[in-house]
Design a protein around this ligand. Structure first.
Ligand SMILES: *Cc1c(COP(=O)(O)O)cnc(C)c1O
Length: 369
């Protein structure tokens, strides 16, 4: 597999291979898991670091996806331009609602705000009477969204046109009875109560997690992020989700060391047997978490190599002693994707797939397959 990658000037640094067919397969998997619902794509944070332009145009063209969510209005403006040809009529929702200073962006790019409070709803109705908006009703996460006590007042605002009512699960899970834990049940029941005030609006409670839960969590629309990008939304891996991103970096130097020597900053890794160490062009400056040095691994031709010593800004050393001696500079190490699941790589860095993907830095070339 890695043999297919040649070192060229372009591969002098790290890159991430992004499999757009796998992205589409994951989109369809979520469609199959929630057959009654529309599947919207959450493309905030540059599509979780994988590139909003490629992801959104692919989903619009190949899967006819025409509802998208971003977090910040500026992301919505960028997405509107991206979708100009592929989906000019797409609905672009903005989770973080309008502020006085961003109202003009909503108008100019035809963005649909997610209103998160009575105050925001009042202002929107005043400034943009009758213009479609979504409403986020908080059902117990206590992060963003209007509290239950304000829902009735919002429902009675004249000139307010709520076309989508949403809420967000705090801890989606597949454990117990598939209906998740008691918190999910409670949030769902409260969502039903709130929904009664907005009979004409589409309803959306679930992100990737809820999509894979029982059908009574699906409602009309699912806001899918991480499952599209190749990982389980739960605290366990889910092999139904295909890997989309593979993080790769070339080996830039190989050295043989003898017992008593050390590797890297702080001399934190001691050589205790004759060892071969390969240094690759990837570091915490590229978003690979420094904390991962004791548990993370990389796949190279012939095996899996543990990290040897502390991660530097632009370099990681791998212990390749136990792998075939034919490894050369220019060979490629893969930190996730393929043999190493993104979920597992994130766990070895004490984090979650969401953070590992969105943390990939600007030096990591994005390559689309
Ligand atoms: C980010 C986000 C999503 C997408 O969540 P995934 O777990 O990645 O599917 C959905 N809804 C809201 C409110 C979000 O902030």
């Amino acid at each position: 597999m890695t043999g297919a990658y040649q070192t060229t000037e372009k591969t002098a640094g790290p890159w991430v291979d992004i499999d757009l067919n796998a992205l589409c397969a994951n989109y369809r998997m979520v469609c199959d898991a929630a057959p009654g619902a529309k599947i919207a794509a959450v493309v905030k944070c540059d599509a979780y670091g994988l590139g909003m332009e490629a992801v959104a145009t692919t989903l619009a063209k190949s899967e006819h996806c025409d509802e998208f969510f971003v977090a910040y209005p500026e992301e919505g403006v960028a997405l509107r331009a991206i979708l100009k040809d592929a989906a000019p009529h797409a609905t672009i929702y903005v989770f973080n609602g309008p502020l006085p200073q961003t109202m003009a962006l909503f108008k100019s790019a035809n963005l649909t705000p997610v209103l998160n409070s009575l105050e925001q709803a009042k202002k929107w109705a005043e400034r943009m009477p009758g213009v479609a908006a979504a409403l986020h009703a908080d059902t117990g996460m206590n992060r963003l969204g209007a509290p239950a006590k304000d829902i009735q007042a919002i429902a009675h605002l004249s000139d307010l046109n709520i076309t989508l009512l949403m809420s967000h699960l705090a801890s989606p899970s597949l454990d117990e009875s598939q209906t998740g834990n008691a918190k999910n049940e409670k949030q769902k029941n409260l969502f039903h109560a709130v929904a009664a005030h907005f009979p004409d609006a589409q309803k959306s409670l679930s992100a990737s997690g809820g999509a894979l839960m029982a059908p009574d969590y699906h409602f009309d629309l699912i806001r899918t992020g991480i499952a599209l990008y190749g990982s389980s939304p739960f605290d366990k891996d889910d092999v139904r989700i295909k890997p989309v991103a593979s993080l790769r970096a070339p080996i830039v130097q190989i050295r043989d060391l003898t017992p008593g020597e050390t590797v890297g900053y702080g001399a934190a890794f001691s050589i205790t047997r004759p060892s071969r160490i390969a240094t690759v062009a990837l570091g915490y400056g590229d978003g690979f978490p420094r904390i991962g040095w004791q548990k993370a691994k990389a796949a190279i031709t012939g095996g899996i190599a543990p990290i040897a010593g502390r991660i530097s800004m632009d370099l990681i050393s791998l212990d390749i002693t136990d792998i075939a001696s034919s490894i050369q500079t220019g060979d490629i190490a893969t930190f996730f994707g393929g043999e190493i699941r993104l979920f597992e790589a994130a766990a070895t860095c004490d984090t979650i797939p969401y953070e590992l993907l969105t943390g990939l830095g600007g030096r990591v070339d994005r390559r689309y397959l």
